[in-house]
Every structure is written in structure tokens, then in C-alpha cells.
Design a protein around this ligand. Structure first.
Ligand code: BG6
Length: 504
């Protein structure tokens, strides 16, 4: 058995090491990327480490430049040092060769800027090359979007070949999201606006589309006739840490469900788009959101983590002793269309849970008739798409338990952990941001959210939040290091189903 696996792996490697593997990294066109909020947390943690990796891989052309723009009183030299430290902190040492770092940092510039005033704008306008692709990353609060957009125009550095990138939270309800869309639309066309949901940049999420639409095996079965239910779990072990200010106003519903889990749901449930192109894909996702039914209070469980032996309670961390914000949420959803009528989707996400696990589980129905004795047992197929950790998929199939003793059925996994199948180690898997930023430069919006999509997601979210606010529902306390409140387990038990374990 072992022998077979390694022979297999060798074959995969050989195949991948062919000439196509090397030439697959195509440098993007020269660009100027301006990061507003360039000294901030996201820039340090994700954006610049991601760009560094693309640079090391040879995807960033020599002429490309990255300009940090922020309030901090820094010059270019100090900014480079600041980002050098960030790379040290967030890029594994083995991937951080000194020469690469030095030459990457040379591509960085800095402009001290006042987003709502006049300071720094003339300097920025001088620096930016208007004959190239320009991307402006708004890594700042949404209240500054309008001011930034206006000034980019005033100083003549907007224009058709520029793009803007905006982060979540994209509003906190439908009205505020509409307002943001309206503000941005005054200055940019929709095809210039890149709304990031970093879950769409995760390798496995893209793989979900490859598996669904690159094989004949799954799509014919991908409907209510053959699928019993779908589970989507995003469990985290971390608490809210220092983000209490933001999080206590948002909660798990706004922070995770309205965007990340919604995107996973859409890609799992959508009809096959005619092409893997931005509007074709986004049209299909939008239809899913619009087909979502309102959630009954009995199909919804909210939780809040309690204090543990070594960890503070949610309320302590949020510094709000009366907070009724949820740090966990689970729900049962119905999608009212032909494909999914009768197949529920169960969603859950929470902080301070037993393990860090993001996965989509597609549970198929049992065969309609068993030809075997009752004591042979029955099994149903299950496809798991694992976003993290150990990105990959596994498909559980039923086989005969080997050996004498008659026919006994057991389930075995057809395991497609990418690390094993493709000879990659965990560090090889690109971070979501790397892919997404390169897509911005390439002008490909497929993995970004369209304005109407975000609004539809809020239109579904708002009444659910209004519902529990009106009813005055308090979240159930749960012990940290668990799978959330007991009631969340019951959500499936009462339907004769069970959640997959959240393992440490
Ligand atoms: C962010 C949320 O969007 O996603 C965080 O604001 C959450 O609360 C994070 O922790 C999870 O992202 P990932 O990539 O670690 O699963």
C-alpha cells in the first residue's frame, strides 16, 4: 500500500515538474500600487508579505512599485525598515532570503498623507505613473473611502486604467452598504472596484469550482435528489483579542456569515456559470443569495464564549459587561430553488472553539436500496472540502471490509490532501491575498464581490439580526475549547444528523 502511494506521488511530481509548471508564473504588467493605510496591520500582516512572495516567484516585474500612504510621519527609508520588520515577522525564515528582501524593499516608496485634507497629495500625484496600471488599496475605514476617491480625481491620478481595492466590513447593514456603493460609483465604474473577501482567494475555495466543473463525477449528483445536506464550518480557536471595539458591534453574523460563509455557500450551491468569468460567476452567486429563505428563530443558535481556566470571557475581552453580541452562530438554511428544495445547508462559525477548522461537508444520501444483509451496514458518501488546516479534499466511499466473515461495509477516504498529492508543503500554498492582489493588477474580478451581491447579502442578513434584536434574545454561553453551545448540536440532532467533529 505504502509503495503504491509513493509511486503515485512520484508520478504526480513528474507530471507537475514538466515544463508547464515553471512557465506558469507569468509576470503581470508593470504597475503602481498605492496602499492607503500602508503602515497598518493588514498591510504588514497580509498585503506586503503577499506581494513579497509574488516578487520572489518572479511575478512582479522590475518596474513595479508599491507606495505606502499613511498619516504616520515616516520617510521612505523608515517605511522600508518598517516593512522589513513586518516581513521578518510574517514570512517564514526559509522563504526570506536577504537579497530578495533588499531588492523587494527598493520597490517601496512612502508618502505621508492626510486623507481628508490636502497634505501629501501633490507629492503622491507626482510619484504615481499615470501611463501604467494603478491600483489604490483602501486599507482604511470606510468613512474615508469618499474622501480618498475624491482626491484621487482632483489630482488627476484616477482615470480608466486605475482600480480601487476595498476591504470588509463593506457596511454594517443594507443601507450603509448601499451608501458606500453609491459613494464609490460617483467616482469609479463597477469594473474598477475590487471588493475583497479573502475567502475567495483561498486555494481550496477555487478548487471547489475546479472539482465541481472540471469533472463529470460530481455535478450530476449535485442536487437535492442525491445530497442529504451540506455543512459549512469555520471554527477558530482565537478570541476577539484587541478587536473588541469593532467586533462587539459586528458579531459573528456580520463578521463572518454575511461575507465569508455566504461566499462558501454560494460557490457550493450555484448553478454552473457558462464561463469562468467575473459576471458569469457573480450572476450565479447572486441568484443563490436571492433564493435564500428567511431563517426561523428555531433554526438559529447564537453563542458567546464564557471564561475558561486560562482565558477571559467574551465580555471581558470586549470590555462590555452587558454585551449580547454573538461570538458563535449556527443556523439551518433553505435555498428555495429546484436544485436544493429539501436539502438544508447548516452553517456555523465561532471563536474560541476546540480547533481551527474551515470545511465544507457535502453529505450524500444513502443508496436507494441495499442489496446486502442488514448487518452489513449502510454508508453514505461524503465529500469534504477542507480550507484549513491541511488544505485538500476527501471523498468517503463505501467498500467491503477486507478479509473473511462475509460482507461488511466500511467507509474509506479517497484522500486528496494537496500537500500529499502535489508534493507541496504547507508553506507552498499561497496566501489568499497574494492571488487576489495579482488579480487586481491583471484586471480580473472573478474572485471579487460585485456591488449588488454585497447588497443582496445584507438584504438577507438584516431581518435576521432585526429579529433577534426585537425578541431580545441573549446568546447562550459556551465553554471555550468546545464546539459551541449544546443547542447548536441539537440543530442537527433533531433532524437525525450530526456535525462533523471539531478536532483540536
Ligand atoms: C476576518 C474576520 O475577516 O476573517 C476575523 O474579521 C476572522 O474575525 C478572519 O478571524 C478569519 O480568516 P482566516 O483566513 O484566518 O480564516
Amino acid at each position: 500500500m505504502h509503495h503504491m502511494v509513493s509511486a503515485n506521488r512520484l508520478a504526480t511530481r513528474k507530471f507537475l515538474e514538466g515544463p508547464t509548471m515553471v512557465s506558469r508564473i507569468i509576470p503581470v504588467d508593470p504597475f503602481d500600487l498605492v496602499i492607503f493605510g500602508g503602515t497598518g496591520d493588514l498591510a504588514r500582516r497580509k498585503i506586503l508579505p503577499g506581494l513579497f512572495r509574488r516578487f520572489v516567484d518572479g511575478q512582479m516585474p522590475d518596474e513595479a512599485r508599491i507606495i505606502g500612504a499613511a498619516r504616520s510621519e515616516l520617510d521612505t527609508k523608515a517605511f522600508r525598515r518598517h516593512i522589513g520588520d513586518a516581513l521578518e515577522e510574517f514570512v517564514p525564515a526559509a522563504r526570506r532570503d536577504k537579497k530578495h528582501v533588499a531588492s523587494f524593499l527598493e520597490r517601496l516608496d512612502y508618502v505621508q498623507i492626510d486623507a481628508t485634507g490636502t497634505d501629501g497629495w501633490t507629492a503622491l500625484a507626482k510619484l504615481v505613473r499615470t501611463d501604467l496600471v494603478r491600483a489604490y488599496y483602501f486599507s482604511v475605514g470606510p468613512s474615508l473611502f469618499g474622501a480618498l476617491a475624491e482626491r484621487l480625481h482632483e489630482h488627476g491620478i484616477a482615470g480608466r486604467n486605475c482600480r480601487i481595492v476595498v476591504e470588509k466590513p463593506f457596511g454594517h447593514d443594507l443601507a450603509s452598504a448601499r451608501e458606500l456603493n453609491h459613494t464609490l460609483a460617483q467616482y469609479f465604474d463597477e469594473d474598477q472596484i475590487y471588493r475583497i473577501d479573502h475567502y475567495l482567494g483561498k486555494e481550496t475555495v477555487q478548487n471547489l469550482m475546479a472539482v465541481r466543473f472540471g469533472n463529470v463525477l460530481f455535478e450530476p449528483l449535485w442536487n437535492a435528489q442525491y445530497i442529504d445536506h451540506v455543512q459549512i464550518t469555520v471554527a477558530e480557536t482565537v478570541g476577539i483579542g484587541g478587536r473588541g471595539d469593532y467586533y462587539d458591534k459586528a458579531g459573528a453574523m456580520r463578521d463572518m456569515v454575511q461575507n465569508h460563509l455566504m461566499q462558501l455557500l454560494c460557490l457550493t450551491a450555484m448553478e454552473p456559470p457558462a464561463r469562468f468569468e467575473p459576471d458569469a460567476v457573480r450572476d450565479e452567486k447572486l441568484k443563490v443569495i436571492r433564493a435564500l429563505q428567511a431563517v426561523e428563530p428555531t433554526d438559529l443558535v447564537r453563542g458567546q464564549y464564557d471564561a475558561g481556566a486560562e482565558s477571559p470571557s467574551y465580555r471581558e475581552e470586549a470590555e462590555n459587561p452587558d454585551s449580547t453580541t454573538e461570538s458563535f452562530i449556527a443556523m439551518k438554511l433553505d435555498i428555495a430553488n429546484w436544485r436544493w428544495n429539501g436539502t438544508p445547508f447548516y452553517l456555523r462559525t465561532g471563536k474560541r472553539m476546540r480547533g481551527r477548522l474551515s470545511e465544507i461537508v457535502v453529505r450524500f444520501k444513502e443508496p436507494p436500496h441495499s442489496i446486502f444483509d442488514e448487518d452489513a451496514g449502510t454508508n453514505a458518501n461524503e465529500l469534504t472540502i477542507r480550507l484549513q488546516p491541511n488544505e485538500g479534499m476527501d471523498l468517503r466511499v463505501t467498500i467491503k471490509e477486507p478479509g473473511p466473515g462475509g460482507m461488511r461495509l466500511i467507509e474509506v477516504p479517497l484522500d486528496m490532501t494537496f500537500a500529499d498529492a502535489l508534493g507541496q508543503d504547507d508553506d507552498d500554498v499561497p496566501d489568499a491575498y497574494e492571488r487576489l492582489i495579482m488579480d487586481v493588477i491583471r484586471g480580473n474580478q472573478t474572485l471579487f464581490m460585485r456591488g449588488d451581491e454585497v447588497e443582496a447579502a445584507w438584504a438577507w442578513t438584516d431581518p435576521i439580526i432585526e429579529g433577534w434584536t426585537k425578541r431580545g434574545d441573549a446568546p447562550k454561553l459556551y465553554e471555550p475549547g468546545t464546539a459551541g453551545p449544546e443547542e447548536a448540536l441539537m440543530l442537527l440532532h433533531r433532524d437525525g444528523r450530526r456535525w462533523r467533529d471539531v478536532k483540536p
